[in-house]
Design a protein. Structure first.
Lengths: 337, 337
């Protein structure tokens, strides 16, 4: 298997990605294609022990920075993200992994690879930590204006991901809304509710914002606007609590000692609740495997993202999505008709 | 001044409300009308020292529980919420305060009092704690399907609230979206962005979910669906972090001692970040003052809610809203035309 990886992605330059790629190639016994500025990659590659790793380099002279927007995505015709996606398109690689600008990866991959047949809108999904497990939130920002049929497809794709990749049997599908009762929600969620209830999915009804972290559902379906706000709110609350903790603690001598004694445990909690620790997002419904790792990834996280890409390929997630999407629309039109 | 208060609201029966009403009457030198099951109120009232408090009772034999829905709101013609709102309608009270079922208060008040002239959709606003101050989030659930003109009006109402009640001069208005750039957002936020930029408000552009707690804006405008999800996500994250902290800490001896030493400080943080501590939500744009205190209010919180109602009346918030709403629509049509 060959996995292409964006060597220019991430906040810290190619070093971390190169290290992660070497680890991945060794552990998963696959070939990794590093895509990016050739000279920079070669320089890093030489300085790291790469015995037993199968690595090739494909030159892509441009990089898209984390802060760049639509204009750069379009203009930079030889960006590492564009070249990486093209490798998948042309069959040179079976999957593409980037820890770069998420919006760029979503935009360019959709443009180059297109959607799977029958998929109306590819969606970005993310695993978030709950009290005891992981929940998949879909969509977290790829589609800001959604119709009920889109959300229905997100549910199917989330179902397949959780079953195929995480081995969760008959995953519980929840619909993000503002109350558990069927009558609660906006126009979008109310119609989606009916569709999901009519489907063969294990639909557990509406869930509320607080349920993202309670583990009440294995998959939480949402339009990309709400999903993105929900994620960012979490980020803000977590940062604020830890900021307040530091400020509050420094005011009091005993609290300082207490903090010192608890420091390791508090760090553990931070790591546990911080969704950025969970190796990134998946672009589901695209005609090619595409994993978006988080920008502040370390080499292990990069390696894990490659592992996830491999799992996508071996579990035939794409084929399953295409098959199930076809079935579902058929079922729903039968119910409606 | 006379303020009507729903004695049946709250999770703990009339006692807390009665205590809060007595405190409020004394402190603010106003008359409080307790609305609810007369016998129950009288029983509580007799057992509490009420010297120097001016309290009257208006009987309302029905109560709407926290878990009840639309059917009860409509059916219970003599509920304390309905009778309380009617007192405002008939001029018997200048404001109505309830710590009961928020959805019931919103529904019934809108039905009985109606919207202020020119206000398309009354909205529910809530003060949330930021790192150093308070930010007003509007709407947090009264309107799940919104148009740009609604959000524009929410901004005006939020502006007036923050200026008149919190004394914040020229409050910064932010629009809840999924990126700071003007181009980020959904159809609703993009058009709202243009409207707010064209207005005379101190519009600071898009804010993200994480900015609710950063204090980047004094008012954050959002449709009620997104606003409600955002709030509930916060609740969930806060609960989960403290749950994880307890679990994590109990695993380790030193952490236990540390926790013991920090306990008071951690409680302080919890109180600081927990928005339920901040005395409830305001129904803005309704033709009558209506404050929704939080269900788990203590007597002090009930008293504060009455104080807030008094501030609404004396600052003439309603008159200001009506005046400014009129002006704004005029300005925007000029810009557009």
């Amino acid at each position: 298997m060959k996995v292409a990886i964006d060597a220019m992605g991430g906040d810290f330059g190619p070093r971390i990605v190169v290290e992660g790629a070497i680890k991945a190639s060794r552990e998963y016994k696959l070939e990794v294609i590093l895509v990016g500025v050739e000279d920079l990659i070669k320089k890093e590659f030489k300085s790291i022990n790469h015995s037993n790793a199968k690595i090739t380099i494909v030159n892509a002279p441009e990089a898209i920075g984390m802060g760049e927007g639509l204009l750069s995505f379009r203009r930079k015709k030889r960006s590492s993200i564009r070249v990486g996606a093209q490798l998948v398109k042309e069959g040179e690689a079976e999957a593409f992994v980037s820890t770069g600008n998420t919006a760029a990866v979503v935009y360019i991959s959709k443009q180059i690879l297109g959607a799977l047949k029958g998929v109306e809108k590819p969606a970005l999904s993310l695993l978030v930590p709950t009290r005891n497990n992981l929940t998949l939130l879909i969509d977290v920002g790829a589609n800001v204006n959604c119709r009920p049929s889109h959300l229905e497809q997100f549910a199917v794709m989330g179902h397949i991901f959780m079953e195929s990749i995480l081995g969760r049997k008959n995953p519980r599908i929840g619909l993000m809304s503002i109350g558990e009762e069927e009558s609660k929600g906006n126009e979008l969620t109310k119609e989606t509710y009916d569709r999901l209830r009519a489907s063969s999915l294990n639909f557990v009804g509406n869930v509320e914002g607080k349920d993202i972290y309670s583990g009440k559902a294995d998959v939480i379906v949402s339009d990309g606007f709400t999903g993105n706000v929900a994620l960012k709110v979490s980020e803000g609350v977590i940062e604020t609590i830890f900021y307040m903790a530091r400020t509050e603690i420094m005011k009091n001598f005993f609290a300082k000692i207490g903090f010192f004694l608890m420091k390791r445990n508090l760090k553990k909690i931070y790591k546990k609740i911080d969704y950025t620790e969970y190796g990134g997002a998946q672009l589901l419904g695209i005609n090619g495997v595409c994993i978006v790792g988080h920008g502040c990834s370390n080499p292990i996280a990069v390696k894990n993202a490659v592992g996830l890409a491999r799992d996508f390929v071996t579990s035939k997630v794409q084929e399953k999505i295409q098959k199930e999407i076809g079935k579902l629309s058929h079922n729903f039109s039968k119910v409606k008709g």
